[in-house]
Design a protein around this ligand. Structure first.
Ligand code: B1M
Length: 223
């Protein structure tokens, strides 16, 4: 089996070439896409995040690492998506207005795809009216918002209000480093997930009552 610490190191160093090569090699060696994600990519970014916090690295290093992670994710994404039999449901996701962080949001999107969701990714800096417009267009059953800055969290509340004002019944999930369950409750979101894997669990849990409709075959897909 591939040594995924090499992948984590490549992310920390922002070495795109090694990150994509090790991701490919690990897949070829039979490592699961999920372990590559968790033990390689996420592990590397966590280390870098901690160093950034301690001012041991600065924005340029972080940007370069983020780019390496994105490139490796491009290799990994089809493999994660392959695990899904057919779309469980449509999930609209975006980073809220004023916020350009997308690594966590992309991870959530990837894991949702891996779990069989059809994901419509709006990108970053998405204003409330755009969430509303695209929710109507796509008829998504779930809407996810990500925020990494305390200053952009209020845009989540505005978006929840705009969705309610537009009579959109989709369930709303929020997440991102500064977001908490208490905040989700306060703004009237349907749920909060602290990380990507639990976002998938939450999405499934929120869907089940609507999805089953007496047909347990959909539960097999969810499982
Ligand atoms: Co930014 N940044 N940043 N940054 N950056 C943080 C968030 C910060 C905590 C760093 C710090 O000071 N210690 C700080 C925020 C402080 C605060 O508000 N409390 C900060 C700041 C201040 C800034 C700038 C203002 C810096 C500046 O310019 N002076 C600026 C703002 C730009 C803007 O958005 N308008 C900025 C810029 C950047 C970069 C562009 C350099 C880069 C982003 C690159 C990119 O995303 N493409 C960047 C990065 C990378 C970080 C850190 C280092 C790492 C974030 C990250 O990707 N983490 C971060 C420090 C840190 O977190 N330690 C920091 C890895 C990622 C996997 O985790 O996104 O938390 P995360 O996602 C997790 C969970 O939160 C959850 O699942 C994910 C995976 O498990 N999750 C969800 C996320 N979204 C979810 C949605 C869900 C459910 C779960 O449901 C829908």
């Amino acid at each position: 089996m591939a040594d995924l610490t090499q992948l984590a190191d490549a992310i920390i160093r922002g070495d795109q070439g090694t990150a994509t090569a090790v991701t490919r090699d690990a897949l070829a060696d039979g490592s699961s896409a999920e372990s590559i994600l968790n033990e390689g990519l996420i592990a590397g970014m966590e280390v870098l995040g901690a160093r950034f916090k301690r001012n041991e690295v600065y924005v340029p290093e972080v940007l370069i690492a983020a780019r390496a992670m994105k490139m490796a994710m491009e290799v990994l994404e089809p493999e994660l998506a392959k695990a899904g039999v057919k779309p469980v449901s449509r999930f609209l996701i975006g980073t809220v207005r004023g916020d350009l962080h997308d690594i966590g949001k992309n991870l959530v999107a990837m894991m949702l795809k891996g779990a069989g969701f059809e994901v419509v990714d709006l990108g970053v800096d998405i204003p409330p009216e755009k969430f509303v417009e695209r929710a109507k267009e796509t008829d998504a059953q779930l809407i996810g918002m990500s925020a990494l800055l305390t200053t952009t969290m209020p845009a989540m509340e505005e978006t929840v209000e705009a969705l309610k004002a537009a009579d959109i019944s989709a369930k709303v999930i929020v997440g991102g480093a500064p977001v908490t369950q208490g905040y989700a409750d306060k703004i009237g979101a349907d749920g909060f997930a602290p990380e990507a894997a639990s976002a998938v669990d939450l999405a499934k849990a929120l869907l089940v009552p609507d999805t089953i409709r007496g047909d347990t075959r959909s539960l097999n897909i969810l499982g």
